[in-house]
Design a protein around this ligand. Structure first.
Ligand code: PMP
Length: 410
C-alpha cells in the first residue's frame, strides 16, 4: 500500500521475476497478457514447495503425503468457490483450461439435451474455443448455430436477442470479455433474457476473471469457464463452474479413475459432484497454484486491479489515438485492458517485429477470432493487452515504437 491507501503497483511488479529481464538488449515490456499472464514468485514458489514437500497422488492414499496433497487440492477448490462466489464446492470442477471446460459442456450437454433442429446461440465475437466445440456437437446432432451480431464499435446488438432466442434455442454461450476487442459484454442482461425462456447460458470468462470481480451466483449463469494461466496461475489448470442442478443432470464427459463410485464389467456407478467430472489424475499441483494465484490477486484487490488497468487502457488509447494512420479495432464503451489496432498500409507482423526489437511483446494476427476479423474486413490486428504490473513508462516506449514503425514503413 502507498500513502494514498492504494496498492503500490511498482512494488507489486517486483513479485514477477520474468519481468526483470532484457530482450534484444532492451528491458522487457510484456503487453501480451490476454494470451497469458506472468506468474508471481508466490505462485512459482508454491509449485516448488508442493513438489518439495507434498507431492503424492490425491484422493487415493491413506498415507500422510496423499492426505496433505488432497487437502491442498480441495482447499484450492474452496478458494475458487469463494473467488467466484459459487454456492457450493460441488459446483467447481477442475479442468485443463477454458477450452477443456467448454468442450466438456458442449459434449455432455449436447449428448443429453440437443437434438435435430435445435439451435445454439453464440456471439459474433466468440473465441474459436467457444465456437468449434459447439460446431462439432451441432454437426453430430443436426443442430444449427445462430449468432448475436455486433456493431462497428464491437458491441453486441442486444436488441436482436429477443428474435434470436426462439423455442428451438437450447443453450446460449457468450464471452464476458472479448479477447480481441476488449468489449465487456452485458452478460447479466443476456442471461436474464435467456432465462425468461428457460434457456441455460454458458459464460466464457477467460478474459474477464483476471480483470474484474466475478459473482456467478449474482450473474445467475448456468456455466462459467476460465483458465488458470490468464489469472497468474500456471497452464494446464482451469475451471468449469456449473450450477449444481445442471452438473447433477449432465453425464460424465470422460471416464476413468476417481470419477467412479463402483465399477464392474456389467455396470459402473459414478462418483458424486464434482468428482464425476474429474477423471484420472488431475493437475493437483496446478490447482494448488491456481489457489495461490487467487490469494495473490485477492490480496491486491480486484477493484484496485480494475482501476489500475482501466487507467492504463485509457492512457494507451489516448496516446495511440494521436498517431495518425492508426485505427483502433474495438471501441466499445465498456472495455477491459485490451487495445487492438491496425495501421494504414503497414502489416501487423512488421509492427510486431519492430516492437519486439524494442523489447515490447505484443500479439499480432487473428487472436483465434477469425469471425471478428472477417467482420472488420482485416486479416488481423496488433494487440497490446495490459496487466496491473504494466506502467505508463512502458506505454510511452510502446508509443515511441509505433511512431518509429510509421517512419520506417509509412
Ligand atoms: N476464450 C477466450 C475469450 C480466450 O481469450 C481464450 C484464450 N485465448 C480461450 C477461450 C481459451 O483459453 P485456453 O486456451 O486457455 O483454453
Amino acid at each position: 500500500m502507498n500513502t494514498a491507501g492504494s496498492p503500490d503497483f511498482l512494488q507489486i511488479r517486483s513479485d514477477f521475476p520474468i519481468l526483470n529481464q532484457q530482450v534484444h538488449g532492451k528491458a522487457l515490456i510484456y503487453f501480451d497478457n490476454a494470451a497469458t499472464t506472468q506468474k508471481p514468485q508466490q505462485v512459482i514458489q508454491g509449485i516448488t514447495d508442493f513438489y518439495t514437500h507434498y507431492n503424492s497422488n490425491i484422493h487415493r492414499g491413506v498415507h500422510r503425503l496423499s492426505q496433505e496433497s488432497t487437502r491442498l487440492y480441495e482447499e484450492a477448490r474452496q478458494k475458487v468457490q469463494a473467488f467466484i462466489h459459487a454456492r457450493s464446492e460441488k459446483e467447481i470442477v477442475f479442468t485443463a483450461g477454458a477450452t477443456a471446460s467448454i468442450n466438456a459442456v458442449a459434449t455432455s450437454f449436447g449428448d443429453s439435451f440437443l437434438s435435430q433442429g435445435d439451435e445454439i446461440l453464440l456471439s459474433q465475437m466468440e473465441h474459436h474455443a467457444n465456437i468449434v466445440p459447439w460446431q462439432i456437437v451441432a454437426n453430430r446432432k443436426g443442430c444449427s448455430i445462430k449468432v448475436i451480431p455486433m456493431n462497428d464499435a464491437g458491441e453486441l446488438l442486444l436488441e436482436q436477442l429477443d428474435s434470436l432466442l426462439t423455442e428451438k434455442t437450447k443453450i446460449v454461450a457468450v464471452s464476458q470479455v472479448s479477447n480481441s476487442l476488449g468489449t465487456i459484454n452485458p452478460v447479466k442482461e443476456i442471461i436474464e433474457k435467456a432465462h425468461q425462456q428457460g434457456i441455460p447460458v454458458l459464460i466464457d470468462g477467460s478474459q474477464a476473471i483476471q480483470h474484474q470481480e466475478i459473482n456467478v451466483t449474482e450473474l445467475d449463469c448456468d456455466f462459467y469457464v476460465f483458465s488458470g494461466h490468464k489469472i497468474y496461475a500456471p497452464t494446464g489448470i482451469g475451471v468449469l463452474y456449473g450450477k449444481e442442478r445442471w452438473l447433477e443432470k449432465l453425464p460424465p464427459y470422460q471416464g476413468g479413475g476417481d470419477m467412479i463410485d463402483h465399477v464392474s464389467f456389467e455396470k459402473t456407478t459414478y462418483n458424486q459432484l464434482p468428482f464425476k467430472f474429474e477423471a484420472g489424475t488431475m493437475n493437483f499441483v496446478g490447482a494448488h497454484a491456481l489457489g495461490l494465484a487467487l490469494d495473490y490477486v485477492s490480496a491486491i484487490g480486484m477493484k484496485s486491479i480494475m482501476e489500475r488497468e482501466a487507467n492504463l487502457l485509457q492512457y494507451a488509447t489516448s496516446q495511440l489515438q494521436q498517431i495518425e494512420g492508426t485505427r483502433i479495432i474495438g471501441t466499445a464503451s465498456q472495455k477491459a485492458s485490451v487495445l487492438s489496432f491496425v495501421m494504414d498500409q503497414i502489416h501487423q507482423y512488421d509492427i510486431g517485429m519492430v516492437l519486439d526489437k524494442m523489447g515490447v511483446a505484443l500479439r499480432t494476427g487473428t487472436h483465434c477470432n477469425e469471425p471478428v476479423m472477417n467482420y472488420f474486413g482485416i486479416d488481423g490486428t496488433v494487440r497490446a493487452s495490459f496487466a496491473f504490473y504494466n506502467t505508463e513508462d512502458e506505454i510511452n516506449i510502446f508509443i515511441r515504437g509505433i511512431e518509429k514503425v510509421k517512419l520506417m514503413f509509412g
